[in-house]
Design a binder for this molecule. Structure first.
Ligand code: GLA
Ligand code: ZN
Length: 674
């Protein structure tokens, strides 16, 4: 939809389920949508049971009416394929479609996102349905995107999957000897004689209970199972992709992602998507940095191309443990936060609040009261008007970042499967320390994968890069040689792609770039910390403290306690034209802010703007100009002094450098600067 030539503005709308309502209500919905400036609806997300009553009987009559309704009312359609929940008859007749849990229990019919990705039944009927939908509705020129399935996810451990896993492994490793080597199967006498010996790594096989946490005895097996599961689900998506493209080659295809969602390697998935879309549901206690991080991660999946904000709640979710309302103005603020980070649509779940089952208390454009006299509807209408006014101005604009943070799904899986050295190893959290420090200084960050080109960045940070994949060290080496600045941390460079340790001292392949080697690592419990002083300030060092030796690098700070007092904790190595930094332990927010702030200053990495605390600033640029977003996340009114001239995109008011812009609580100002 964001790629479609039919789109001339930031689309505004969301998931609409008229099939849950009598037809009299539909006309009323249309009236309300027009009032609110809604112009897109996502249809048909969970209608498989309605569309296919049995093996051979398809019935599109209701969807036909709904499609007509949308067309007649000038609404664009994001058309879903309905394959995220299978029909009851299918589960009854073909139990192989049901998923098996980690504990080995096969599920019964129920819930959603419930089909085994390797079930031949699921693949056959999901693809058939997608194809039929595309064939039937190909003439509708208001379809702006295909929405395949919904929030793919989870893991299945059934017999279909076990068989498919063996084939996946045969393809990957060729021989059983190679598989035994890659998984280090001589350990605990695990040697396999045949691919038929492979079993799924679940509770029944490789479970390793680490004080109540689910880990695995064989990281290599579990890691490959994650890769396989992600690939299996991706295969389901791709089959549907092909099926719809056959009839509608020009309609872009997506599926809705969930931000930093661990089970699926979204970087791999994004290669098969025409554009990325995702669902943003910040927790009641979430921070602006966490939300921005998710947006940036999603934007990074396609190297900075705009993405679609496919879902957000207008007011409240039903599934958080405390379903706190978005305060007045916050829906607007968070919508613009998404846009500031690269969204080209603003969409909701859901258009009308259902009356039964678990989402009946989830926020909606049209609430249970059924009319427009609600706070939420008024806020939605006001934003709708603004988006009309903004029109196409911001479409396609991009962020320009000089700093990047590496994010890698394999590394995430591997680092957190590790048995030892500490349960405090948390990849996402470690990355957030660095991201937050930059975000709070309004420094634009791209979240990149190991396959992305690094050459445009001045600074690349790869926190907790436990698995340094083949070839990535070489990429970093040439990046630094050519003048780039690289930073990595404790628990990095330990293993290669199969989770086998690279011997010769940690951090393995990265040693020469960093000019150090790590001999031992001390995992401290949460209540303990070491200390170090950098530029006159003292900071804590905890979680995992590396005991390292310099091999060319210089120490910027040393531990001040314990038997490794005097050993380096922060190092810098000059390498080629560039520099490589190593942070040998977890420190605190203050350290990351000070240290990264200093680095950015040294590298002349400019913030989008200088703003008071909790006022976020981000920039997007396209041929229409350079747009500065100022987003007030504080609970009060605040002034921002501008460093450059600009014109308020919404009010037309002109400002000069040195002028003050006032932002109300939850206020947003977008300034066009050239
Ligand atoms: C997800 C789903 C929607 C709905 C919302 C509720 O994002 O895609 O179908 O369940 O959550 O928050
Ligand atoms: Zn399965």
């Amino acid at each position: 939809m964001i790629e479609s030539k039919k789109v001339k503005k930031i689309l505004y709308g969301g998931d609409y389920n008229p099939e849950q309502w009598p037809e009299e209500i539909w006309e009323e919905d249309m009236r309300m949508f027009h009032l609110a400036h809604i112009d897109v609806v996502t249809l048909n997300v969970f209608s498989w049971a309605e569309l296919q009553k049995d093996e051979d009987t398809y019935d599109f009559s209701k969807l036909d009416k709904i499609m007509e309704l949308a067309r007649k009312n000038g609404l664009k359609v994001c058309l879903a394929t309905s394959t995220a929940a299978h029909p009851a008859w299918m589960a009854r007749k073909y139990p192989d479609i049901l998923r098996t849990e980690y504990n080995g229990i096969r599920r019964k019919f129920g819930s959603r996102h419930n089909s085994c990705p390797n079930s031949p039944t699921y693949r056959k009927y999901s693809v058939k349905l997608a194809g039929k939908l595309a064939q039937r509705y190909q003439g509708y020129d208001n379809i702006v995107a295909w929405h395949i399935s919904n929030e793919y996810g989870g893991t299945c451990y059934c017999d279909n999957c076990e068989r498919a896993f063996r084939n996946w492994l045969k393809e990957k490793y060729g021989t059983i000897e190679e598989l035994n080597r890659a998984w280090n199967m001589s350990f605990w006498g695990h040697t396999l004689y045949d691919f038929e010996d492979v079993v799924v790594p679940d509770l029944r096989s490789e479970e390793f209970d680490w004080d109540g946490e689910r880990r695995t005895n064989f990281q290599g097996i579990s890691l490959d199972y994650n890769r396989f599961n992600s690939d299996s689900i991706l295969e389901c998506y791709r089959l549907e992709y092909e099926a719809v493209k056959k009839h509608t080659p020009d309609i872009p295809v997506t599926t809705n992602f969930m931000g930093a969602y661990k089970p699926l390697d979204y970087q791999k998935w994004a290669n098969y998507m025409d554009f990325v879309s995702w669902d943003n549901y910040p927790s009641y206690d979430g921070t602006p940095a966490q939300t921005s991080f998710n947006h940036d991660l999603m934007r990074g999946l396609k190297q900075g191309k705009p993405f679609a904000l496919m879902e957000q709640t207008p007011s409240v979710t039903n599934w958080h443990i405390y379903c706190k309302l978005k305060r007045p103005g916050v829906m607007r603020l968070w919508s613009y936060q998404a846009v500031a980070h690269g969204a080209d649509t603003v969409m909701f779940f859901q258009m009308r609040r259902s009356i039964g089952a678990c989402e009946k208390y989830h926020g909606a454009v049209i609430d249970h009261v059924g009319n427009e006299n609600t706070r939420v509807f008024r806020e939605i209408t006001e934003l709708g008007l603004e988006l009309d006014q903004i029109g196409s101005t911001l479409l396609g604009s991009r962020a320009k970042s000089q700093a990047a943070i590496l994010f890698d799904w394999d590394n995430w899986w591997a680092a957190e499967y590790s048995a030892g050295p500490t349960r405090l190893i948390n990849y996402h959290q470690e990355i957030m320390q660095y991201y937050k420090a930059l975000h709070e200084q309004n420094i634009s960050v791209d979240l990149v994968s190991v396959n992305d080109d690094l050459s445009a960045y001045k600074l690349v940070i790869a926190p907790l890069l436990y698995m340094c994949k083949e070839g990535f060290d070489e990429k970093v080496r040439s990046f630094v040689k050519q003048g780039g600045v690289f930073l990595t941390t404790y628990f990095s460079g330990y293993v290669e792609d199969h989770d086998l340790v690279v011997t010769g001292g940690y951090p393995g392949r990265l040693k020469d770039i960093l000019g150090i080697w790590v001999e031992e690592s001390d995992a401290l419990p949460p209540e303990e910390a070491n200390l170090f002083t950098y530029k006159g300030k003292t900071y804590p060092a905890g979680v995992l403290c590396d005991l390292l030796h310099l091999q060319g690098a210089k120490a910027l700070a040393c531990y001040e306690k314990d038997f490794y007092e005097g050993m380096p904790v922060l190092t810098q190595n000059e390498f080629g034209q560039g520099k490589a930094y190593y942070v040998a332990a977890r420190s605190n927010e203050e350290f990351y802010a000070d240290f990264l702030g200093g680095l950015c200053e040294e590298l002349s990495i400019e913030p989008a703007a200088n703003t008071p605390e909790e006022v976020e600033a981000a920039v997007r640029e396209n041929e229409n100009g350079n747009f500065l977003f100022l987003l007030n996340h504080r609970g009060n009114t605040v002034n921002v002094i501008l460093e450059k001239d600009g014109e308020d995109l919404l009010t037309g008011k002109c400002y000069q450098a040195g002028d003050r812009v006032t932002l109300e609580k939850a206020g947003v100002v977008i300034l066009k600067r050239r």
